[in-house]
Design a protein around this ligand. Structure first.
Ligand SMILES: *[C@@H]1O[C@H](CO)[C@@H](O)[C@H](O)[C@H]1NC(C)=O
Ligand SMILES: *[C@@H]1O[C@H](CO)[C@@H](O)[C@H](O)[C@H]1NC(C)=O
Ligand SMILES: *[C@@H]1O[C@H](CO)[C@@H](O)[C@H](O)[C@H]1NC(C)=O
Ligand SMILES: *[C@@H]1O[C@H](CO)[C@@H](O)[C@H](O)[C@H]1NC(C)=O
Length: 186
């Protein structure tokens, strides 16, 4: 199972009993578990655990996994049984005074709850195979972050596949299509 964003159309007829507070937000008091979804305010995007096929890496069981704000303020996927962290936003926050919000653009952001302009992490920095308005591709020369599109392995296993589209690392003013981990552009 994977945690990812999908267009919301498939779920319009469902009821969302797990979400009693703001439906677009995860707070330190409200984890996302099992079949819970958070929904962007405009109803266009949903976030939750979805089963995508037989390959369940990295989350094998939604009944033991939860998406929560950890005590260090990061958004994490936690295995409730082993208490191990399966995934984290890995920001250098020092307080748990953060919330995660699914914006109308489809961007999932981790923000300082005392200052909504203080965005600590955003999913738009880690696009998968879909380009949405507001996503920027390119290199951050200071952090080394390479914002690029990456294909999926196949329709069932949504793990990263073999192809990428990125700003030319040579510095030339162009986007290139490559086989990942190979410098040979198509
Ligand atoms: C932050 O974490 C501390 C220690 O774990 C806890 O006592 C406090 O209630 C948490 N604050 C919020 C807003 O959840
Ligand atoms: C959150 O914002 C408040 C108020 O601006 C600030 O005092 C605090 O240090 C910020 N916390 C983080 C983790 O950036
Ligand atoms: C809120 O965060 C923004 C962006 O980090 C910062 O420029 C601004 O000074 C902060 N406001 C307060 C009141 O701390
Ligand atoms: C590319 O390299 C990274 C790091 O070595 C590895 O985790 C990943 O599986 C590789 N991807 C492909 C498509 O070979």
């Amino acid at each position: 199972m994977h945690l990812f964003l999908i267009p919301f159309g498939f779920f319009l007829s469902l009821h969302f009993p797990g979400c009693s507070a703001a439906m677009d937000t995860i707070t330190s008091r409200q984890a996302l578990v099992g079949n819970d979804r958070i929904i962007s305010n405009n109803g266009k995007f949903a976030l939750g655990f979805f089963q995508t096929g037989n390959d369940h890496n990295p989350v094998t069981d939604t009944t033991t996994s939860e998406l929560i704000i950890s005590s260090d303020g990061n958004l994490v996927i936690l295995n409730q049984v082993t208490m191990s962290i399966i995934w984290s936003t890995h920001t250098n926050t020092i307080s748990n005074n953060t919330i995660a919000m699914l914006l109308n653009s489809g961007n999932l952001i981790l923000q300082n709850s005392s200052n909504s302009s203080n965005v600590l992490w955003q999913s738009f920095d880690y696009p998968t195979n879909t380009f949405l308005p507001g996503i920027k591709l390119g290199w951050n020369k200071i952090t080394g972050l390479n914002r690029r599109l990456v294909s999926r392995k196949n329709l069932i296993d949504l793990a990263p596949g073999r192809y990428g589209a990125e700003l030319d690392p040579s510095g030339a003013n162009q986007y290139i299509f490559t086989q990942l981990n190979s410098s040979i552009p198509y």
